[in-house]
Design a protein around this ligand. Structure first.
Ligand code: FUC
Length: 819
C-alpha cells in the first residue's frame, strides 16, 4: 500500500523532466547593489543591474587584493609567552590580555582587503516610458535576462560568466533592426594608477589594488571589453568611450586579468591574461551560451529539491521575501537552498581562490571587514554545503588555501614556541597567519584544527585513499602543534590551549566583561579533540607508527571534557561564567554540535545542554549566526525550530546596511551588510534537515518540519560514500529512498519510518543491534561530560527511530520503501 503511495509521490513531485523553475525575478531594475544579480565563474564575477536607460555590470576578479606577499606574525618571545600563561593561571586575565597585545598581536598589518575592479556602464537614450519590465536570474542555466519595451520595441539582454570561455558575456537584442544605440564606458573607485583607453573595438581599463596598512599594493589588473555590434556603427568618443549606433544586436565580451601568480608571486601579466581569453572568442553566441550552461549543469544538476509550489512563486522574489513569514511559500526555501549552491559554484572553482566574505562580489575598495577570510566561522561556513550538496570540486580552493596556510602558518606556530602550523581568526590572499585585530579579538590559535576538520569531512564523505594521503601530512603537522602548545592547568590538571578565547565573546565575570583572553575554552577543547581523533584514524590508515597514534589518543584524553553549567547550558568557558542573557552571535561552544560531531543523540545530556544554550542565545541575530542555528537545530533533530530560523533568516533586510540579519532583495544574506556566509550556512542547514550522517548512521528525514509535508530530494552526499539518489516523503513520513553505495560496506540507516527492502538480493535489510562498525560512519569518542550540581534536570525529548543495516556493493543502488 505504501509502495503505491511512493509511486504517486514520484509522479507528483519529482517527475524527472519537469525541471523545477528556479528563478529569482523582479518587475523593476536594481537601484542598489543588493538588488543587482550576481553571476560568476569562480574567477570572474559581475553584478547585473538591469537598468533601462543605464545598465551597469559591476566587475570583480578574484585576485584583486590590496597589499603584496608578506606575513604578519610576531617573532617568538618565550619569556613573554610564559608570563601570559602564568597570569592566566593566576586569574589575571586583563593583564595577560595586555601582554598578548605586546607579544602576540599581528604586525605590521591586520590583513589585506579584497577589492573591486570597477564597472562597465551602458548608457541608452531611452525616455521614461517603459513597459513590461522583467528581469531574472535563472539558476538552472546561470544566466540573467532583462526584458522591457520602449516605444513599441522589446529589448532583451542576457548575461553570464562563461565557465567555458572565462569571459563575462552580455548579448543585447531588440525586436526591430537598428534599434540599439548606446555608449559604453568604465568607472572605477580608484583615484590613482588608473588608465583608460580605446583600442579598436576594445575598451581597456588598467589599475592597481591598494597599498594597505603599510604593505605596498602590487596587484595590477586589466579589464578589456570587446564590443561586437551586428549592423550599425561603432565609434570611439574621446579615449574612454565606445559609441554604438543603430545596431541590430550587440555582444559584449569582458575579460579580466591580474599579475597574481600565487601567494608568494605577483610576477604575472594581467594584460596578457585578459587578452588571451579575448583572442579565443567563441564563434557563435548561442554555442557559447550552451557550452557555459552545459558545464555549469554538470555541478548544479546533481542535487534536486522539490517541496512543492504555490501561487507565491509567481510573485517577484523581493515580494516573496517580504511575505515569507506570513504566506507559506515552500518553493522560496527551495530557491534559497539552490541559490546557495549556485553561489558556491559561481564563486569557488578548482584552481581559483576560495570564496571570501562576499564570495567574489564586491563593489568597494574597502568592503566590510575587508572582504577577506574570517576563519573563526565565516570562511568555514562558506564550505559547509560543498560536500553534502555534491559540489566537491568547488571545495578545492579551500583545501589549497589550507595547504598554503600550513606553509605560512609555521611562523604562527613558532610564535608559541611550537612545531607544526596554525593560523588565527583571519587570513587573506597572501595567507597571512598572524593574530589580527588586537588582543581582544585575535588571540585564537586553534584555526588549524577547524580547517583540518573541514579536510577530514571530505574524506569521510568520499573515502578516497589518495585524498587521505594528500591531507594526512597537514593533519599530522597540525596535531604536532598541540604537542608543544598545550600546557597543564595547575588547578584541574587538564591540558589546555593557552592563551586563547572563545570567538568573539567575552565572559561576564563579577558583573564585568573586562577580558576575552582565557585558556581551555570549550570550543578549543572540541577542536583539539576532533583533530586528535581524526589524525589518529588517518595515522592508522596510512600505517603510521603506533607510539605516535597512542600519543594522539592520550592527548585527546587529557583535554577538559564538555561541561554542563548551572543554568543547564553547555559551558562556553572552563569556568561556569555563562549568562542566560548573553545573546552573542557566535555560538562557538556549539562547534561540537555542528560542524563537529561530538554532540549527538548518543550524548543526550550534551544535546539537552546545547539546546539550553541555543534557547539562551535566542534566534534573531546576524545572517550567518542564523544560518549556523539552522544547522544546530537540525542536528538537535528539531525541524520546526530549524524552519523557524529559516523564517528569521528570510526576513527582509532593509536598505543596504539594514538593521538585524536577514535577506536582501537579491537573496544575498545580510549580516548586515552583505556577507555570503549566511547563504551557505542556511543551505547546509536545509540539507541537514533532510539527511544527516555524522552520528553513526545515515539518518533520513532527521529534522523535517511539519510544514514540508511532502517532497523529494535527490543527490545528497553522506559519510561512508553513500548518495541519497532520491528520497520522497508524504504526510511527513518517508515513503521511499534509493541510495547508491560508492564504496560498498554495511550501510547503517536511521529513520522514524519502518522500512522494507523487499526484493533486495542477499541478506537484505536487517534491524541493527549494535553500534555501526563502518569506519567512515563510526562515532567520534567523547569524554564523559561534567555536570554542575546546580544544573536543572535536562529537558529533551528525542524522536523515536529505528536503525537498519544493509550490506552494499560499490556501484550499486538500493531502493527501500516504507513498510
Ligand atoms: C566575525 C564576526 C562578525 C563578522 C566578521 C566578518 O568577526 O564576528 O560578525 O561576520 O567576522
Amino acid at each position: 500500500m505504501v509502495t503505491a503511495l511512493a509511486a504517486v509521490c514520484m509522479a507528483a513531485c519529482c517527475a524527472p523532466e519537469a525541471a523545477v523553475e528556479l528563478k529569482l525575478h523582479y518587475d523593476r531594475e536594481a537601484r542598489i547593489w543588493v538588488e543587482a544579480l550576481p553571476i560568476g565563474n569562480g574567477r570572474l564575477g559581475a553584478m547585473v543591474y538591469g537598468g533601462v536607460q543605464h545598465e551597469e555590470l559591476q566587475l570583480n576578479e578574484e585576485t584583486v587584493w590590496g597589499g603584496s606577499p608578506h606575513n604578519n606574525v610576531k617573532p617568538y618571545n618565550g619569556a613573554g609567552l610564559d608570563s601570559i600563561r602564568q597570569l592566566l593561571f593566576a586569574g589575571q586575565n586583563a593583564q595577560a590580555q595586555e601582554l598578548c597585545g605586546r607579544y602576540i598581536s599581528a604586525q605590521p598589518a591586520n590583513g589585506m582587503p579584497y577589492q573591486t575592479v570597477g564597472s562597465l556602464h551602458l548608457d541608452f537614450p531611452f525616455g521614461e516610458e517603459v513597459t513590461n519590465y522583467y528581469r531574472e536570474l535563472d539558476l538552472n542555466r546561470a544566466v540573467t535576462t532583462t526584458r522591457f519595451t520602449v516605444g513599441g520595441i522589446t529589448y532583451e539582454r542576457e548575461a553570464f560568466v562563461s565557465f567555458e570561455d572565462d569571459l563575462v558575456i552580455m548579448r543585447l537584442t531588440a525586436s526591430e533592426p537598428g534599434a540599439l544605440t548606446f555608449d559604453a564606458r568604465y568607472t572605477t573607485p580608484y583615484t590613482e594608477g588608473i588608465t583608460r583607453a580605446v583600442e579598436g573595438d576594445i575598451l581597456r581599463l588598467d589599475g592597481k589594488a591598494d597599498d594597505h596598512e603599510g604593505v605596498e599594493g602590487k596587484v595590477r589588473f586589466t579589464a578589456l571589453t570587446k564590443l561586437l555590434p551586428e549592423g550599425g556603427t561603432m565609434t570611439a568618443v574621446a579615449d574612454t568611450l565606445l559609441r554604438i549606433e543603430g545596431a541590430d544586436r550587440v555582444t559584449l565580451y569582458i575579460s579580466m586579468g591580474t599579475n597574481f601568480v600565487n601567494y608568494k608571486d605577483v610576477s604575472g601579466d594581467g594584460y596578457a591574461q585578459a587578452k588571451a581569453a579575448l583572442e579565443q572568442l567563441p564563434t557563435r553566441y548561442d554555442r557559447a551560451l550552451k557550452a557555459h550552461t552545459d558545464r555549469y549543469r554538470t555541478l548544479f544538476d546533481r542535487v534536486k529539491l522539490d517541496l512543492g509550489s504555490n501561487a507565491q512563486a509567481a510573485k517577484p522574489t523581493d515580494v516573496r521575501v517580504k511575505e515569507f513569514a506570513s504566506a507559506f511559500d515552500p518553493q522560496l526555501a527551495t530557491l534559497y537552498f539552490q541559490f546557495g549552491r549556485y553561489l558556491l559554484i559561481s564563486s569557488s572553482q578548482p584552481g581559483g581562490q576560495a570564496a571570501n566574505l562576499q564570495g567574489i562580489w564586491n563593489y568597494q575598495r574597502r568592503a566590510p571587514w575587508d572582504g577577506k577570510y574570517t576563519s573563526n566561522i565565516n570562511l568555514e561556513m562558506n564550505y559547509w554545503p560543498a560536500e553534502v550538496t555534491a559540489l566537491g570540486e568547488c571545495h578545492e580552493p579551500l583545501i589549497r588555501l589550507t595547504k598554503e596556510v600550513a606553509e605560512t602558518g609555521r611562523e604562527a606556530a613558532a610564535m608559541y614556541g611550537a612545531r607544526g602550523w596554525t593560523l588565527h581568526h583571519n587570513t587573506d590572499i597572501w595567507r597571512s597567519t598572524g593574530a589580527v585585530d588586537g588582543p581582544s579579538y585575535g588571540i585564537w590559535p586553534t584555526c588549524n584544527a577547524w580547517l583540518c576538520q573541514d579536510l577530514w569531512d571530505k574524506y569521510l564523505i568520499t573515502g578516497s585513499q589518495e585524498y587521505l594521503r594528500e591531507i594526512y601530512p597537514l593533519m599530522k603537522e597540525a596535531a604536532t602543534f598541540y604537542f608543544d602548545m598545550l600546557v597543564t592547568d595547575p588547578a584541574t590538571g587538564y591540558r589546555v590551549v593557552s592563551p586563547s578565547f572563545s570567538p568573539e565573546n567575552r565572559p561576564s565575570v563579577a558583573g564585568k566583561r573586562s577580558f576575552s583572553v582565557v585558556f581551555g575554552t570549550t570550543m578549543d577543547n572540541q577542536l583539539v579533540s576532533d583533530l586528535m581523533h581524526n589524525t589518529a584514524f588517518a595515522a592508522r590508515a596510512v600505517g603510521e607508527e603506533q607510539p605516535f597514534i597512542d600519543s594522539l589518543e592520550l592527548m585527546a584524553a587529557s583535554l577538559p571534557p564538555m561541561q554542563v553549567g548551572r543554568h543547564g547550558q553547555l559551558q562556553e568557558w572552563l569556568e561556569d561564567w555563562d549568562s542566560p542573557e548573553d545573546h552573542h552571535r557566535h555560538i562557538s561552544h556549539l562547534w561540537g554540535l555542528f560542524p563537529g560531531r561530538q554532540i549527538t543523540l548518543h550524548t543526550p545530556r550534551l544535546m539537552a545542554a546545547a539546546r539550553q544554550t541555543l534557547e539562551h542565545r535566542g534566534d534573531p541575530s546576524t545572517g550567518w549566526s542564523m544560518g549556523w542555528k539552522v544547522c544546530c537545530w537540525a542536528r538537535l533533530l528539531d525541524g520546526n525550530r530549524a524552519y523557524k530560523l529559516i523564517t528569521d533568516q528570510l526576513k527582509p533586510a532593509i536598505g543596504e546596511r539594514g538593521e538585524g540579519g536577514g535577506t536582501y532583495p537579491n537573496l544575498f544574506d545580510a549580516h548586515p551588510p552583505f556577507q555570503i556566509d549566511g547563504n551557505f550556512g542556511c543551505t547546509a542547514g536545509i540539507a541537514e534537515m533532510f539527511v544527516q550522517s555524522h552520528s553513526g548512521a545515515v539518518h533520513l528525514l532527521p529534522a523535517l518540519p511539519d510544514v514540508w509535508r511532502e517532497g523529494c530530494i535527490e543527490g545528497i552526499r553522506c559519510r561512508g560514500g553513500y548518495i541519497v539518489e532520491k528520497m520522497c516523503w508524504q504526510e511527513g513520513k518517508l515513503t521511499s529512498v534509493t541510495i547508491r553505495s560508492t564504496l560498498g560496506g554495511v550501510l547503517r540507516l536511521r529513520t522514524a519510518t519502518e522500512l522494507t527492502g523487499k526484493g533486495l538480493t542477499g541478506k537484505g535489510l536487517t534491524e541493527a543491534t549494535a553500534p555501526s562498525e563502518h569506519p567512515l560512519l563510526k562515532l567520534q569518542p567523547v569524554l564523559e561530560p561534567k555536570i554542575s550540581p546546580e544544573a536543572p534536570a535536562p529537558i529533551l525529548s528525542l524522536p523515536a527511530y529505528k536503525e537498519y543495516d544493509l550490506k552494499t556493493r560499490a556501484g550499486k543502488s538500493y531502493t527501500l520503501r516504507a513498510l
